[in-house]
Each structure stands twice: as structure tokens, then as C-alpha cells.
Design a binder for this molecule. Structure first.
Ligand code: EPU
Length: 336
């Protein structure tokens, strides 16, 4: 375990916000995690994985636990399926590429999502028709107070749209140390129904795609719409797509007949990116805080924006969307 004091977190969050951590603990194994939890037993903690889903608005007084444990192992396999266990500190996209290279199917639609393996179940990451829950088998986590290990099954995690118990009833109680995925070795279930994936495959004349073809398509779609955090600070979707009732939807669609929407059970999901674009924010810049020009759901740091400036922009967007549409949009990103 390595402990640093008054250290900048700029390179540890994908927004590239330059705030300081009073105490920063680098953890590379489960044993180190348990030791660190013991040592900092009475202090508030902030767990940092890839730092891809948070906006840091001020210096961090809590002890920052940076989980950097590495490792992938095959737990079990038969002719058709395989269980792959990956440590929390593994980079998400590297895991996806490793699986594709070995022809393990299931993660391809989730290519190029920033962040690490350990935080993927917390918000049930999802893209292009697939969510983490579709490939999740279990995860191990250490209780922050009792220091006991618990293995969570898929049912226990209570996954929902960008939700899990790690964001609700068990918030702050556990630190995930590894995740096990159930993948396919052959007869892969391909998810090509998301319109834009089909378009790319058709353009490339691919009639029977492999998992690599799908991954390549997702990578090119993401690269064309979403900014690369290495080039321009961002945290992917800053807001969740709002889900509204049938009654509110009827009202909304009558007033906005051209709005895109998806059915979500008995309710309707409206793309927040569309609502934000309609309010005129797409591509706008306020100092170094801005709204991405190709996807209005993504807020960006053009260089030296502070977390507070980005947070203030997000509040202005929420307020304007509410004034124009009567719809509340919630942040997907954790504001710290
Ligand atoms: N749209 C606009 N203007 C915009 C952005 C989107 O009109 O600026 C419209 C699009 O034309 C389309 C609809 O909104 O009709 C949906 O857009 P898109 O397919 O880009 O998806 P999204 O709903 O905006 C969600 C996820 C993304 C994920 C994509 C693809 C959430 C909060 N976001 O975005 O996730 O990549 O679907 O599956 O659910 C992330 O979580 O960081 C993320 C990037």
C-alpha cells in the first residue's frame, strides 16, 4: 500500500479536474484493501477506480482509495460458456479487447467505455443495446466496516438502468474487488439491433458479423460521437435519460411530435441529449466548461475548467430543460 499526501487528482479523473486529495492510498490487492480499511477505519473514504464517472468540485478531505489491483483468470469453462474473473483495477476496454481476441462473446457492445472493471457494476454500465447485467455473473466486495468479503449474485445487485444496490441501499458499504463475467465461446448472441450498429455493418457490407466486427463498429460510432477523455476531459453521459409516465409522455409528444423516445416498460424514456440540444446548449462553451458539439449529453472540460464551473453549467442545463419541457433530468455522474 502506498500513501501520498496533498496529491493532485488531475490524472485520476477523466474530466481532468485539478483538485487535491489530502490523503491518497494506492491499493493493489485485496489484502492491501483490508489493511487500508483497517488503518483508516474511522475516516470517510472516496473510492476511485478509473475516475470516469465523477465530477470533483473541490479538494477531497476524505481518504481517497485508488483501486489498482490487476489480474484476469478463467474460473470455469465448458464447450459453450466461460466464466472470466477480472480484478477491479483492470481497465474496462482492455478487458473487452482481451475477450474479443480470445473469442469470448458478450462484452463487444460495451467496447471503449472509459473506466475500470470494479466500478462497472455500480452504475450497470450500458451502451448500444447491452448492459453489464446481461454478462454479469457475480462480484466480490469487502465490507468497509466489518472487513468481511461478500460475493454478490446478479439478483442481489438489483440492477436497473444505470442503477444497482451499490448506488442505493448499500451505498458506501462495500468496495468491489473483482467481477466475474459469464461469456460465450461459440454461438454468440449478437446484439446488432441498435440502429446505428446495423448502419455501420451494412456500410461495410458485413452480413454475418463476428464479435470483433461489432466491437469495431461500436468503437467507430463512439469515436465519431463521444470525445476521447485523453484529448478532452469528460465523463461520458453527464445525465441519465429521463423516464416519464404514459400520461406525461402523451402531453410531451403532443407538444413535441418529432422527439425521439423509447418504450421502457409502461413508461417512456426520452433522450436527454435531444432535450438539451433543443434548449440550444449543444456545442456551447462557457469559459472552459462546455457541452460536446456531437452529443449534448456529454459535458466537457476544454482545458482549465473547475469542477464547480462544470457543475454550475449542469445546473443551468437542468433548469432550462425543466423550464422548457417540465422534465427533470438527473445527473448520471457522481458529484463530489
Ligand atoms: N440526440 C440528439 N441530440 C444529441 C444527442 C442525442 O438529438 O445531442 C438524440 C439522437 O438523435 C437519438 C437519441 O437522442 O435519437 C439517442 O442518442 P444516442 O443513441 O447517442 O444515445 P443516448 O440515449 O444519448 C445512451 C447512453 C450512452 C450510450 C448510448 C448508446 C445514457 C445516459 N447514455 O445515450 O452512454 O453510449 O445510449 O447506447 O443512457 C454513458 O453512459 O457514458 C454513455 C455514453
Amino acid at each position: 500500500m502506498k500513501v501520498l499526501y496533498n496529491t493532485s487528482l488531475k490524472s485520476y479523473n477523466t474530466f481532468g479536474i485539478d483538485v487535491k486529495a489530502k490523503t491518497f492510498v494506492e491499493i493493489t490487492s485485496e489484502k492491501e484493501l483490508i489493511d487500508a480499511l483497517d488503518q483508516f477505519r474511522d475516516e470517510d473514504k472516496l473510492v476511485l477506480g478509473g475516475g470516469s464517472n465523477m465530477l470533483l468540485t473541490k479538494d477531497v478531505e476524505s481518504v481517497v482509495f485508488h483501486l489498482n489491483s490487476k489480474g484476469k483468470e478463467i474460473l470455469k469453462e465448458d464447450e459453450n460458456t466461460i466464466l472470466v474473473k477480472a480484478s477491479a483495477g483492470e481497465n474496462w476496454h482492455s478487458l473487452v479487447l482481451w475477450c474479443i481476441e480470445k473469442n469470448y462473446g458478450g462484452l463487444e457492445n460495451l467496447s471503449l467505455i472509459p473506466g475500470n472493471v470494479g466500478t462497472s457494476p455500480i452504475q450497470n454500465i450500458g451502451a448500444y443495446g447491452v448492459e453489464l447485467k446481461d454478462v454479469f455473473y457475480s462480484c466480490e466486495a469487502i465490507h468497509t466496516k466489518t472487513l468481511k468479503k461478500h460475493t454478490f449474485s446478479k439478483e442481489e445487485c438489483k440492477f436497473g438502468y444505470r442503477e444497482s444496490i451499490f448506488k442505493t441501499t448499500e451505498k458506501g458499504n462495500y468496495i468491489i474487488t473483482n467481477v466475474t463475467f459469464q461469456l460465450t465461446k461459440k454461438n454468440h448472441t449478437l446484439n446488432t439491433s441498435y440502429g446505428v450498429i446495423e448502419e455501420v455493418l451494412t456500410q461495410k457490407n458485413i452480413a454475418s458479423p463476428t464479435i470483433k466486427d461489432i466491437s469495431d463498429a461500436v468503437i467507430s460510432i463512439r469515436q465519431s460521437k463521444l470525445p476521447d477523455p485523453k484529448e478532452i476531459g469528460n465523463s461520458g453521459s453527464f445525465f441519465k435519460n429521463p423516464v416519464i409516465s404514459e400520461k406525461d409522455f402523451q402531453h410531451f409528444i403532443t407538444a413535441n411530435p418529432n422527439a425521439p423516445f423509447y418504450k421502457a416498460g409502461d413508461n417512456y424514456k426520452i433522450p436527454a441529449g435531444w432535450l438539451i440540444e433543443q434548449c440550444g446548449f449543444k456545442g456551447k462553451r462557457f469559459g472552459d466548461a462546455g457541452v460536446h458539439a456531437k452529443q449534448a449529453l456529454v459535458l466537457v472540460n476544454h482545458g482549465e475548467a473547475t469542477g464547480k464551473e462544470i457543475f454550475e453549467l449542469s445546473q443551468k442545463i437542468q433548469q432550462t430543460v425543466f423550464e422548457n419541457f417540465g422534465i427533470k433530468i438527473e445527473t448520471e455522474v457522481n458529484i463530489i
